[in-house]
Design a protein around this ligand. Sequence first.
Ligand code: OXD
Length: 312
Amino acid sequence: MDLLVAMKGVDTMAWVSALEEEMPEADIRLWTPGDDARADYVLFWKEQAAALNKRADVKAVFNMGAGVDALLALLSETEGTIADDVPIIRLEDAGMAQQMVEYAIYCTLRFQRGFYLYEHFARSGTWHQFDAHPAESFVVGVMGAGQLGQPVAVALANLGFPVRLFSRSEKSVPGVTTFAGMESLHSFASGTKLLINLLPNTPETVGILNARLFSAMDAGGYVVNLARGSHVVDADLLHALESGQLARVALDVFRQEPLPADHPFWAHAQVDMTPHISARTLVRKSVKQVAAKIRSHQDGNALIGLDLKRGY
Ligand code: OXD
């Protein structure tokens, strides 16, 4: 069995050695430009379309990150890159949900308890005590009810926050109030103190974090974006911070990455930033999952791919 690793921006040697350990039966190779030899399965992340091109033997392509948007865009730009019936397989969690939960809890407590203000006071030598927002009235809205959004919503509800969950289709999550469909977006956001975005990147969700949404929130609110930079209208976010509609935001993703050096977010006193690390793809866990799926496929079971029309 030939396994092709076509991944960019990651430690490819770590992936290859984990694969070799987990799947000694496979012939594993790293893709390099010009390689169009046979491959049964491709592990793909941010490589060129040429890595997939015209591989008649390919039985499945594994998307080695949380978001499938980049791969789907690549496929739609370069028609015929893989046959329509080749399934594209997403990682199921593989340790990402836990990381998202950690990030979301960290930001929620940082904002609700005002820890960021105490950091500021400490640096300026100020002894100043204030009352935090009580958790029971700090309404958190989680956007996206997939493999990442749901665990985040449940974790925050378990901490005693009133949690709402917004998604495209109806969901039922114990202890969480759910809202489905774009028409419910305004009522979902209205009265929230914090919005945490974990939506997929689709034409419907681009620019969803905008002035209209921020103005539905409680004044002095907070936004955490863990999904895609394209979800945010940057100018609206800056304006909402300036006007006081938003008190502070935490951003892990940006329209352009790395964020250009002259972008106003860098120096903004009310913007907490991290460089797209909210949920790293964990090599060992992901490799185990891919190996299990390949083995099951080799045993004659179908591999269920993404619904390409839905886009996530
Ligand atoms: C992503 C990832 O899809 O980093 O953003 O996995």
